[in-house]
Design a protein around this ligand. Structure first.
Ligand code: FAD
Length: 419
């Protein structure tokens, strides 16, 4: 097995030879799923950002946690191979890629686990880490009249992908991020061990992988809290709000249509051929104490001509987040998510916009703003250290404990693979 992996990495011969080797790996791994190499791995070298492209050695379509554990263990027996779980590839900066490594297509496990049950009278659903949130929504509502409490704006994202970041949307203000709404996980660690974890069982792993940027394990199952799904959202929301009457506009949509609203925008963007254009997005959490300065400099000066797409800003409460998870947050209780969702045609403007993102982040650092990047992207260890601040030691200790050879999620560029 080790010999096989070593051979294919050092083999510079034709693609057909690579295919032969990959198929022999497949046999020795004894996967229930499949392993692919060559041009069919194209999916794994792309993401929504369209800014990076890194070719993997092979794309693996596992049937479940056992396959994933075998792949991670096999990689650990080599001196160099890395493993990246790929959810739906909706990262911006190549976070789900593995140059020369093994990419695991989590979508091939999306049908696993779907199971409804009650604990002490409260409803829960178990779903695969590779399930799309849109499928979790439609199945839970149509089968049980129930739904998870906390969402992202856009639902063609995998459960494991958003839980590895946080998962935020309008409901986060009241219910916390998606990471605050799961109670148990199955995780394949960087040692290739399949582990059940929760607040009371293997809790360091549980909180580590939540917001852990894929660094400590691959989430193969998540247990999610459910609540009754309302038929409609709009009128109930408006009843509780004070607002200036003339700014009110209203659309009657069902709960499911409301949650799937960005899907409609996706269809339009695809029809206008801008969905597949590069997306140099920038997402930040900015503390309330600094949002006025941020507004004065960033909105009113740096991006005063717009960002080539929507900008989202809404408040979040730190107390709704669990500080045992790996997510890095600003210090203040109230902070704002600021999302600059750029859609740009390919060309020189992409570099300019990436440079503008750097300018914004560098300005925040220079001025000492209480802020964090959401869906962070840094290249150097110093930047990551600063990002995690006083949580850096804990992050490093978790890495040493659960993925000591730094096999997992190399596309985050936090740790280097060791022997
Ligand atoms: P990928 O991009 O495939 O992976 C992301 C990272 O997680 C990688 O490091 C990968 O290795 C790791 N990973 C993937 N699956 C697993 C797993 N099962 N276990 C462990 N690690 C894993 N985010 C929000 O919070 N709110 C939003 O409203 C929101 N809207 C978005 C809208 C669009 C159009 C896009 C493109 C992104 C949006 N995001 C939003 C960001 C999104 O949550 C993240 O990019 C998320 O990582 C994407 O999920 P994915 O399944 O595509 O993950």
């Amino acid at each position: 097995m080790i010999a096989c992996l070593g051979r294919i990495v050092h083999d510079n011969d034709a693609e057909s030879k690579l295919d032969d080797d990959v198929s022999s790996i497949s046999k020795s791994l004894d996967l229930q799923g499949s392993i692919e190499s060559g041009c069919v791995t194209g999916l794994a070298s792309k993401d929504f950002g369209g800014l990076y492209s890194v070719k993997p050695l092979a794309l693996i379509k596992p049937s479940g946690a056992e396959d994933i554990a075998r792949v991670v263990k096999a990689a650990s027996r080599t001196s160099h191979l890395t493993v990246a779980a790929r959810g739906n590839g909706h990262s911006i900066n190549g976070q789900a890629m593995a140059g020369g490594g093994l990419v695991i297509d989590m979508r091939s496990t999306e049908e696993n686990h779907f199971k409804f049950f009650k604990i002490n009278g409260s409803p829960y659903i178990d779903v695969s880490g590779g399930a799309l949130w849109e499928d979790v929504l439609t199945r839970c509502v149509s089968l049980f009249g129930l739904a998870p409490r906390s969402w992202t704006d856009y639902l063609s994202l995998t459960v494991g992908g958003t839980l590895s970041n946080a998962g935020v949307s309008g409901q986060t203000f009241r219910h916390g991020p998606q990471t605050s709404n799961v109670t148990e996980l199955d995780v394949v660690t960087g040692k290739g061990e399949i582990t059940v974890c929760s607040e009371s069982q293997n809790s360091e792993l549980f909180f580590g992988v939540l917001g852990g940027l894929g660094q400590f394990g691959i989430i193969t199952r998540a247990r999610i809290k459910l609540q009754p799904a309302p038929d409609m959202t709009v009128s109930r929301l408006l009843r509780r709000l004070a607002f200036v009457g003339r700014v009110k506009f209203q659309a009657d949509v069902s709960y499911v249509e409301f949650l799937l609203r960005v899907k409609r925008a996706e269809e339009q963007a695809k029809a206008n051929c801008i969905w597949d254009s590069p997306h140099p997005w920038l997402n930040l959490f900015v503390s309330k104490s600094d949002i006025v300065d941020f507004d004065r400099t960033v909105f009113k000066r740096m991006v005063k001509n717009g960002v080539g797409g929507p900008m989202l800003i809404y408040p979040l409460l730190r107390s709704k987040w669990d500080n045992r998870t790996s997510v890095a947050l600003p210090e203040g209780e109230i902070f704002y998510i600021v999302a600059l969702l750029r859609f740009v045609p390919k060309g020189p403007s992409v570099e300019k916009l990436v440079a503008q993102n750097h300018e914004i982040v560098n300005w925040c650092i220079k001025e000492g703003l209480d802020f964090k990047l959401y869906l962070p992207h840094y290249q150097s260890k110093e930047d990551w250290k600063r990002h995690f601040g006083n949580q850096w030691t804990r992050f490093v200790e978790r890495k040493a404990c659960f993925d000591p050879m730094a096999i997992l999620a190399p596309g985050q560029k936090i740790f280097k693979r060791t022997h």
